[in-house]
Design a protein around this ligand. Structure first.
Ligand SMILES: *Cc1c(COP(=O)(O)O)cnc(C)c1O
Length: 398
């Protein structure tokens, strides 16, 4: 099948809820992806950070194949291997005592919402059905009807109501706005430490530390959604480490699946996790043996292959190289680790289309931000190659 046929077939039978760039990817290896005609592209998108380990990582692939040959799905009606080992490793790297495994990021966010509310009623003593969760404006936490209900983005919510009560918005990065939003009915603040889909927005220095203090003073849980920012993307295991704070709970997904399958988790201390009892929550596929084997290997690879150090080192290089670019279209370059947004004063999509022609994959976020987020295993030479392409595109579109 040629790529025109492939694209037409997908357009004909698939819901039109994305507008993909016109390339058909059929094979991946590390930071590279190949299309139907054998053309290679440098992946600077990493599937929104789900492919932080690179495509078809040999060790993660091997762990997956070995587990498929044993057993893949049992449901949590029974014990299985290696779920306990995976969660023990997750506990080691996060410093939390346990986790509730799920599949997609949105499911793990839903898990966090349920946990926070139960904690609010059963520990904090909030009046029945009155608990509130404070979120940030311009947040992105997934696509369920509950989650889009507390988004501020019209395109996420149009004609999907009625929405769920119990959420309040504050201004991202503005501590006074959070102080105003929190009341005795607030069970949690749920926030991305760096907002990904909003355009890789880094809050002012000290904001997370002040938010931590505010949550302590008001007996409110601080829950961080690190589905995109976590697992080395910002040059540390977790973005909260940049401000030397600890949240009360953490939501992980994307890279936890090692670029192979969806694996997510709600990670917390026992006093929060123990709000769940048999029957109160679940997922048929959550924590299945295949997901656990992949998640375990994904964590080990990050550690043992130095991917997080690489993200810190090459991320600094990436940001300073981009900040040295001098083009009238560029308004700001920001980010942490191998996660950089180039804010333009015009739509970013034409830049993505031109980059595709040069052999670089990426997409805009929030209309006018060009996302640069390669797999964390990228080398300096590969990064420089990508930067040359970006430079060429800025020259073309002058
Ligand atoms: C991608 C993302 C989600 C949703 O994850 P899905 O796996 O697409 O459901 C939630 N929060 C953040 C911060 C994300 O980047």
């Amino acid at each position: 099948m040629n790529s025109v046929d492939t694209i037409e077939l997908e357009n004909r039978f698939c819901a039109n809820n994305y507008s993909p760039l016109p390339v058909v990817l059929v094979q991946g290896e590390g930071v590279w992806a190949t299309d139907e005609n054998g053309t290679r592209y440098l992946d600077m998108m990493s599937a929104y950070s789900a492919v932080s380990h690179g495509h078809v990582h040999p060790r993660i692939r091997q762990a997956a194949v070995a587990q498929i040959d044993k057993i893949s799905v049992v449901s949590r009606a029974f014990y299985s291997q290696p779920l306990g080992t995976f969660l023990e490793e997750l506990s080691r790297v996060t410093g939390f005592s346990g986790a509730l495994p799920m599949n997609s990021g949105a499911e793990a966010v839903e898990t966090a919402i349920k946990a926070a509310r139960r904690w609010g009623y059963r520990v904090k003593g909030i009046e029945a059905n009155r608990a509130e969760i404070v979120v940030a404006d311009n947040n992105f936490h997934g696509r369920t009807s509950t989650i889009v209900g507390f988004s501020s983005e019209p395109s996420y919510k149009a004609d999907f109501g009625p929405f769920c009560d119990g959420f309040k918005q504050a201004r991202f990065g503005d501590i006074a706005s959070f102080r105003d939003a929190i009341t005795e009915r607030t069970c949690a603040v749920l926030i991305e430490p760096i907002q990904g889909e909003a355009g890789i927005r880094v809050p002012p220095a000290g904001f997370l530390r002040e938010l931590r203090k505010l949550c302590d003073e008001t007996n409110t849980l601080l829950i961080l959604d690190e589905i995109q920012s976590g697992l080395g993307r910002t040059g540390k295991w977790f973005a909260f480490e940049h401000e030397e704070i600890r949240p009360d709970a953490l939501i992980l997904g994307k890279a936890l699946g090692g670029g192979i399958m969806p694996v997510s988790a709600f990670v917390a201390g026992r006093e929060i996790l123990d709000q769940f009892d048999p029957g109160s929550h679940g997922s048929t596929f959550g924590g299945n043996p295949l997901a656990a084997a992949i998640g375990l290997e994904a964590l080990k690879v990050l550690d043992e292959e130095g991917l997080i150090e690489n993200s810190a080192r090459l991320g600094d290089h990436l940001k300073s190289r981009l900040q040295g670019f001098n083009y009238p279209a560029i308004q700001e370059v920001r980010g942490r680790g191998l996660w950089v947004g180039i804010e333009l004063n015009r739509p970013a999509k034409p830049y993505c289309e031109a980059l595709l022609r040069e052999g670089v994959l990426t997409r805009e976020t929030h209309e006018n931000v060009l996302r640069v987020a390669p797999p964390l295993c990228i080398t300096l030479d590969e990064l420089e190659w990508g930067l040359t392409c970006i430079e060429r595109v800025f020259n073309q579109l002058r």
